[in-house]
Design a binder for this molecule. Structure first.
Ligand code: P53
Length: 476
């Protein structure tokens, strides 16, 4: 009973949040490099403030991040020491195609990831690769307007052809777009989109989404052609919406919010635009430009599994006073009076995790993969760099238990679990180093000070035990 014998335990990172080395190995600049920390971050990631290069007024944490570009061997050795069965990571598009629209890839970038995959193989760690985790080459933004242009589909297709062929036999599990629904909430970070005054934002976002959905279907097709062993997944920023009250209007509002996010996965997993989305677009005057054959491609090449991130449940309401609270958050959510929240206000809800796992499994009936979950917290190391992160252990233990309930009691088919930021890295939402998720502490702060030295936290040994017992022993 419990988790399957070959359950894929591990951790997750994204290139732009850990690699650094932004101008090394022939790498080109990307949207994710030029998002600063501080008050301008939100305007930039939402596409309202245009920033396509560095300036002197801002600090850009992704330039160095935790410098995994030079530390990957040591970091993977630590993952292996914890007993990782899988490591979720992403490829930086602009390492492989620095501009994005070249015909020939950059060999140094290809070699960089090949070395990493071989290192994983040495330890029996199965890589789980996100093809794009928010990144888009700057050149594609400047020349084509990023994903609003259909030409991006072709450039992404080239990227996929190159990496599927090159890494055949080394990588089997692929995710096409990280948190594809992020395009609605943070369009510059999610899809390289910038807006000019007067732009019809909804039209642009949904058209860009169509291009990504199409690109995802084409990637799935190619992945299966190149190697029938390949398994391709979609990726959703999940977290069930609860109605604030049992007032039918609140219940309806929560369903609408859920659908806004499920929309993408409905297309990627069922292969069709759902009726409610078509109606919604029609009412909003959104007209998707499609080419002949698009709908057939979407239908024919659906994903093999569904992956998602889960940090928190969310709350929907129709009460205007409560709605005011939600301003300025990437995901609009009202405070849930029954839940405690993290230091960043993310509400902690393990049962919500079980609910979310069940909702998604009921809806798609395909194997699931939890590819992000964890607690972002302030860690205070002692003089040896050791952090006694009991709060993180308790968050993770409760969530693993909830996941086990979903598997054991509810029958959800689950392939694996990778915790977010298994090594401390830069926060996507805030750009901070201070918001830490890792089992491994990295000595670096928000301003870029620190030795980058790695040290094990208390949770390191805890997670090692969890993996060794296949999730049976969760005690601290
Ligand atoms: P940070 C918001 C809400 C849900 C997921 O987030 C999100 C975000 C973006 O902040 O993104 C995912 O770093 C994403 C990761 C990110 C992680 O959640 O803001 O896939 O890149 O780091 C955690 O605490």
């Amino acid at each position: 009973m419990g988790f399957r014998k070959d359950f894929l335990w591990g951790g997750a990172t994204a290139a732009n949040q850990c690699e650094g080395g932004y101008n090394e190995g022939g790498r080109g600049l990307a949207n994710v490099d030029v998002v600063p920390i501080g008050k301008d971050r939100f305007p930039v990631i939402s596409g309202d403030m245009k920033m396509l290069d560095f300036d002197d007024q801002h600090f850009y944490p992704a330039k160095v991040a935790i410098d995994m570009y030079h530390h990957w061997k040591e970091d993977i050795a630590l993952f292996a020491e914890m007993g990782f069965k899988t490591y979720r990571m992403s490829i930086a598009w602009s390492r492989i195609f620095p501009m994005g629209d070249e015909k020939e890839p950059n060999e140094a970038g290809l070699q960089f990831y090949e070395d990493i995959f071989k290192e994983c193989q040495k330890y029996g760690i199965e890589p789980l690769v996100t093809i794009t985790h928010f990144d888009c080459p700057i050149h594609l933004i400047e020349k084509y307007g990023a994903w609003r242009s259909r030409e991006l589909v072709g450039f992404y297709e080239n990227l996929c052809k190159v990496i599927f062929n090159r890494y055949k036999g080394l990588v089997k599990y692929w995710l096409t777009f990280n948190e594809i629904n992020m395009i609605l909430h943070a369009p510059f970070m999610g899809a390289g989109l910038n807006f000019e005054p007067g732009d019809n934002k909804e039209q642009i976002k949904y058209q860009a989404a169509h291009h990504e959905l199409l690109a995802s279907a084409i990637a799935t097709k190619i992945a299966h052609e190149v190697d029938p062993e390949n398994k391709v997944g979609c990726m959703l920023a999940a977290g069930a919406y609860y109605p604030y009250s049992c007032k039918p209007e609140d219940v309806w509002a929560s369903r609408q919010e859920d659908r806004e996010n499920y929309f993408f996965i409905d297309v990627q997993s069922r292969g069709e635009y759902p009726a409610y989305a078509l109606k919604k677009m029609e009412r909003a005057g959104i007209q998707l430009e499609m080419a002949e054959g698009d709908l057939e491609l979407l239908k024919a090449h659906t994903v093999d599994f569904i992956s998602f991130s889960y940090y928190s449940s969310r709350v929907a309401t129709t009460d205007p006073k409560l709605l005011e609270q939600t301003q300025g958050n990437i995901f609009a959510s009202v405070k849930n009076p029954y839940l405690e929240a993290s230091e960043w206000g993310w509400q902690i809800d393990p049962l919500g995790f079980r609910i979310t796992l069940n909702d998604i499994y009921d809806r798609y009936q395909k194997p699931l993969f939890v590819v992000e979950n964890g607690l972002g917290a302030v860690d205070v190391p002692d003089e040896n760099g050791y952090v006694a992160d009991d709060y993180r252990i308790s968050y993770l233990a409760e969530h693993v238990q909830a996941m086990k309930d979903a598997v054991e009691i509810d029958g959800v088919d689950l392939l694996g679990y990778t915790t977010w930021g298994c090594i401390d890295l830069v926060s996507a939402g805030t750009g901070e180093m201070k918001k830490r998720y890792g089992f491994i502490y990295v000595d670096r702060d928000n301003e870029g000070n620190g030795t980058l030295k790695r040290s094990k936290k208390k949770s390191f040994d805890w997670y090692k035990k969890v993996i060794a017992t296949n999730g049976e022993d969760l005690s601290n």
